[in-house]
Write a protein that binds this ligand. Sequence first.
Ligand code: ZN
Length: 68
Amino acid sequence: MKCPRCDKEEVRVMVKSPVGDVWEVYVCDNCFFSWRSTETINVLPQFKLNDQKIATMQMIPPIPPLKG
Ligand SMILES: [Zn+2]
């Protein structure tokens, strides 16, 4: 199975439905995209990722510590 966002085959099952084996949640070990087996995934072209985009991603600004 290929990741819908980065197209790598580094997908694993993260969790299964607790009752009835009804769904599974998959996660990509490359870009950390996750989705449920019951979803129809359509990643728009502007949201696709590749190695170069991941390498040049900006860090989320850290939250400063609380005062006092
Ligand atoms: Zn991915």
